[in-house]
Design a protein around this ligand. Sequence first.
Ligand code: HH2
Length: 299
Amino acid sequence: MPSVATRQPAAQRLVCAGGQILELEGKPLVMGVLNLTPDSFSDGGLWTDPSRALERAEEMVAQGADLLDLGAESTRPGGGVYGSGASEVPAEEELNRLMPVLELLRERVSVPLSVDTRKSLVARVALDAGADIINDISCLADPDLATVAAERGAPLVLMHSRGDLATMQKQIHFEDVVDEVVQDLEMAIHQACQRGVSRDKIVIDPGIGFGKNGRQNLELLRRLDELQRLERPILVGASRKSFIGAITDQPAERRLPGSLATIAWAASRGAAMVRVHDVAESVQFLTVWDAIDGAGGRL
Ligand code: HH2
């Protein structure tokens, strides 16, 4: 199995809006998920209270998270295993959920804070309040999001998805899922650059579970290294997702072993970051994986 050494020189570092630097050499960085939503598929409702969210954020940082991803709108696609999917949240409601937590965390947490939003308005307010990175699961459905990221010098995660959340699991069609994801991401990178985003601020993500069926998710992971053609750091978010449940017949809260398998695979195919719910376990897993790989470790 290839090691991190096979990673192309996409970018060795990512400079955040606040000037913090994420070093991307070596094993993938761990992005801890903090969902401030009542309805996320695996942890909905757990961290909506700001003081509980702060506790969870501090816990994830203590467990070794390199950055945190704050989401105030569930992006569970409709039509598939998630039933009708998440309902659209107006910007005002998204900000009401996000801002008290973001402001608290900005004072108390030192790692970079990413905000998972599809809306330029939310991104602007969040960056003004000290957010470091914008994570867009809609791949620029709101193109002004790129303009906002460019103006604030924020790294922008472009996650692959097609169509809207309500219907994307019903209208799945790919001839070659990997080739088409690469092409769509290439177009999104181009669009972001036209809006002023510097290419070295862009992170790409295959969008596991977004408008893809189980086989296509597996194919994307299996051939993840082909995304390196785009010469951008790759983020993978497969943690607890439904294709793991479909293979193992386990509910979301019992998918850690399967999630770790996806991390191993992503790491060996050049991922620069993994987005996870189980930070302590993922960090330990990657630390040992890295030690075996010979790139690090304490011995
Ligand atoms: N997956 C989810 C949300 N945001 N961002 C990126 N970049 N990549 C992903 O794969 C990704 C993402 C969905 O997971 P979760 O946040 O746990 O659930 P929900 O959308 O229901 O809040």
